[in-house]
Design a protein around this ligand. Structure first.
Ligand code: NAP
Length: 281
């Protein structure tokens, strides 16, 4: 698995598994746990979840999938979770993290993110993240859905320099972040984690992707994912429950797009021509 560097010499895999929409129904629980387990067996080590997903249900799915893994494999996993903005005050963050740890059945979250900006001053949330890290409950912290201005303010706070991620909506049909967010994250050595890298499956009918897919004997969505994975300083976390989807996403790591592929994709999905608002899904 290709890796990106994190502050302090740690590393994070380029490809992970998303879990939004998991943990929402009891009838799907076993199938979702099996999907996360299958992804781990196939080599996925990064799993993204959040207290919001399934109102804690997705964290329980991830916890159940990790339960009983041998210690060596468990130690290789890199678990990401997120605190909601309405829990972003000092005591709210500490309480939310403890609840996430319990649902995940673990004593440490590898990367803990503020899900999006709320009304709590950034310094207060950062102080809580710093305290959680000192207590060994999280290893790294970061943000999500932060635009250029949010990022600049956050990085300027005490503790901001240790930020390990900005998780944002980024895929071929959402290239706006290339204008400013990707450059500012690169400048501060903050990896970008691209969520909805497949645009939730909606990219599958794009003619340009079909054309490039034919050249690689791949599917359109594998090409969409290979494109995200080819970006410098960017991690992708496609969500998949179907085992063939998980296999296809892992196989996308081996697709190398050439100059002609990039030209076709740039024509169909042009890069931004100016500043724009960061989009959320
Ligand atoms: P996504 O990963 O772009 O797309 C997921 C959808 O694509 C699912 O319906 C999945 O189906 C399908 N799929 C996956 N691989 C496929 C393949 N190879 N071929 C065909 N279909 C495939 O969308 P997402 O779930 O919105 O984003 C990914 C993750 O990012 C989330 O799960 C979550 O962890 C994170 N996220 C974060 C935020 C945030 O605000 N920070 C917002 C949105 C998402 P099956 O499940 O049926 O296999």
């Amino acid at each position: 698995m290709q890796m990106l560097d994190l502050p302090g010499g740690d590393h994070i895999p380029k490809l992970g598994l998303g879990t939004w929409n998991m943990g929402e129904s009891a009838s799907a629980f076993d199938r979702e746990v099996a999907a996360v387990r299958y992804a781990i067996e196939r080599g996925i080590r990064l799993i993204d979840t959040a207290e919001m997903y399934g109102n804690g249900g997705a964290e329980k799915v991830v916890g159940a999938a990790m339960h009983g893994l041998n210690a060596a494999l468990r130690n290789e996993l890199f678990i990401v979770s997120k605190v909601l903005p309405n829990h972003a005050d000092y005591t709210g963050v500490i309480r939310a993290c403890d609840a996430s740890l319990k649902r995940l059945g673990t004593d440490c979250i590898d990367l803990y993110l503020l899900h999006w900006c709320g009304s709590t001053p950034f310094q207060e949330t950062l102080d809580a993240f710093t305290a959680l890290r000192a207590a060994g409950k999280i290893r790294h912290y970061g943000v999500s859905n932060f635009d250029n201005h949010d990022m600049t303010e956050w990085l300027g706070c005490s503790g901001g320099e240790a930020t390990a991620c900005n998780q944002i909506l980024y895929n071929l049909s959402r290239r706006g972040p290339e204008w400013d967010i990707l450059p500012i994250c690169k400048k501060h050595a903050v990896p970008v984690m691209a969520y909805s890298p497949l645009e939730q499956g909606r990219l599958k009918n794009a003619p340009a992707l079909a054309e490039v897919a034919k050249r690689h004997d791949a599917t359109a969505l594998q090409i969409a994912l290979a494109w995200v994975l080819a970006r410098d300083n960017v991690i992708a976390i496609p969500k998949a429950v179907k085992h063939d989807h998980i296999d296809q996403n892992i196989a996308a790591l081996n697709i190398t797009l050439d100059a002609e592929d990039h030209a076709l994709l740039n024509k169909a999905f042009p890069p931004p021509a100016g500043p724009n608002h960061l989009q959320m899904i």
